[in-house]
Write a protein that binds this ligand. Sequence first.
Ligand SMILES: [Zn+2]
Length: 110
Amino acid sequence: MHELAICSNIIKILKTQVVNKKIKKIWLRIGEISGVNCDAIQFSFPIAARNTIAENAEIELIHVHARGKCNTCHAEIKITTLFDACQYCNNYDYEIIQGNELQIIKVEVE
Ligand SMILES: [Zn+2]
C-alpha cells in the first residue's frame, strides 16, 4: 500500500522538524487528483506512527479541489480526474493549478 509509505515519509519529515516533543495533531492538504486515498491515509497513519514521535497523533485531512488553466482557450477549468478535457473547448492541453498536492500544513505538539 503506497499510503503507508507516504505516512512513513511524513513522519520522517516531522522527525527532522520536531525535537524532543510528541506530536498531537497533524493537518494534511490532499489534492483531489494527487492519487492519494484519504481513507488509506487514515488507516495507515497509526500503523506508521507506532513507536514514533507521532504515535497516537490525530490526523486531519483537508481536501483540495483540482483546478487547471486551459492552454487553448485560457479558461480556468475544474478537473476531477487526470483525463478530463477542458469544459469550454474540449482540449486536453492544460496546466494544473492546484489539486495534485500532498502537504503538511500544520503540526500541533505536546
Ligand atoms: Zn479550453
